[in-house]
Ligand binder design. Structure first.
Ligand SMILES: NC(=O)C1=CN([C@@H]2O[C@H](COP(=O)(O)OP(=O)(O)OC[C@H]3O[C@@H](n4cnc5c(N)ncnc54)[C@H](O)[C@@H]3O)[C@@H](O)[C@H]2O)C=CC1
Ligand SMILES: CC(C)CC(=O)C(=O)O
Ligand SMILES: [Mg+2]
Length: 354
């Protein structure tokens, strides 16, 4: 029986539309001949839309997006610091609003160094881990403000929000993920020596959930030390669970050691299925290379594969990953356009199993 998947597509700004075009082409190719049909609705949102209309995320459009089975998201934002975008704060008013309102509490960010890919590390060893970044709380929650703005006595606060409810659900998710992986190891990352209040809550909850999972080896790292290990010995990581801010920073670093930010994929997951989950490359809109077909669409393509996993099309997801692996192995140092890489991945797709 044919299953129709309603897909909301938000290409966004800068390189977003370029990489999403390739992810969409790969999706069409991998699903051809199968029993899933994509029904896409494109939403034109982002900095460009704001500059043209003054709108960031109209309520009616958010409600329409909510009616979909999944969201494929490119990237949003303009040149960092562009004063015309200050009032809108596209990243918060659009991207974080979708993550928060759709309760994307698991921000899943795998990092693997595929054969043939050059890492920034000389001798990376085994790199195959997943960062589970909390997606709805922490310092990104929007709890802050400025007093006496614009004066010499200005005070700014950005309060990190950590609820037991929010921590427990993401920690449980990370433990389940670790339990399903062969190495069964979980590292939780925080800064408990200084952030003693939120650190204590995280620690209490991690230890309670760990007691239910004796099969999983658990260790802890302060976030600053975690960055050292990530570049000196990434093989020590299997599943990492951490808060929203630490996870954001660690996963750009993970992107770099995994062969470049153009390969780093992610899923903003609402595991309960109450809202559509959203799949997007880790990178931003890269205004420095936008419109030139210089962006690597692999991160967007691998994000689409995470989406296929989430929607239950594991076989097709694996075919996409296999094609990406083959393409990366064949790529060498060759410079290719965004569209060329998309086409090459499609050419490497293994046939659908009979
Ligand atoms: N999820 C999102 O929509 C995100 C949006 N942003 C926004 O994007 C804009 C640019 O932010 P930046 O800090 O410069 O981060 P960025 O990730 O857009 O770019 C950082 C560097 O990585 C390169 N890069 C990024 N993606 C690439 C790809 N697929 N292939 C090859 N190179 C790639 C860029 O050319 C740039 O040199 C800002 O407005 C920022 O707020 C930033 C991060 C995430
Ligand atoms: C612009 C931020 C809200 C997003 C970001 O950098 C990320 O989620 O990695
Ligand atoms: Mg980031």
């Amino acid at each position: 029986m044919t299953r129709t998947i309603k897909l909301a597509v938000i290409p966004g700004d800068g390189i977003g539309p370029e990489v999403i075009a390739e992810a969409n082409r790969v999706l069409d190719a991998v699903l051809a001949g199968g029993d899933a049909v994509l029904e896409r609705t494109e939403f034109s949102l982002g900095a460009e839309r704001y500059l043209a209309t003054g709108e960031t995320l109209p309520e009616a459009e958010q409600a329409a997006i909510a009616e979909h089975d999944a969201i494929l998201f490119g990237a949003v934002g303009g040149v960092p610091g562009d004063p015309r975008l200050k009032a809108a704060n596209i990243e918060r008013g659009l991207l974080l609003k979708l993550r928060f309102d759709f309760d994307h509490y698991v921000n899943l960010r795998p990092c693997a160094l595929y054969p043939g890919v050059e890492s920034t590390l000389k001798d990376p060893g085994e790199v195959d881990f997943v960062v589970v970044r909390e997606g709805t709380e922490g310092p990104y929650a929007g709890n802050g403000g400025r007093l006496r703005a614009g004066t010499a006595a200005e005070v700014a606060t950005e309060v990190s929000v950590n609820t037991a409810y929010g921590i427990e659900r993401v920690v449980r998710h990370a433990f389940s993920l670790a339990a399903a992986r062969p190495r069964k190891k979980l590292t939780w990352v925080h800064k408990t020596n200084v952030l003693v209040h939120s650190g204590a809550t995280w620690q209490r909850i991690v230890e309670a959930v760990a007691a239910e999972h004796p099969e999983i080896a658990v260790d802890y790292l302060h976030v600053d030390a975690a960055t050292i290990f990530m570049v000196q010995d990434p093989s020590r990581f299997d599943v990492i669970v951490t808060d929203n801010l630490f996870g954001d920073i660690l996963t750009d670093l993970a992107g770099a050691i995994g062969g470049g930010i153009g390969l780093a994929a992610s899923g903003n997951i609402n595991p309960d299925g109450t809202f559509p989950s959203m799949f997007e490359p880790v990178h931003g809109s890269a205004p420095d290379i936008a419109g030139q077909q210089l962006a690597d669409p692999t991160a967007a393509i691998l994000s689409a594969a995470i989406m296929l996993d989430h929607l239950g099309f594991d076989g097709d997801a694996e075919r996409v990953r296999s094609a990406v692996r083959a393409d990366l192995a064949a790529r060498g140092g060759a410079k290719r356009s965004t569209a060329d890489i998309g086409a090459a991945v499609i050419a490497q797709l293994p046939p659908r199993a009979a």
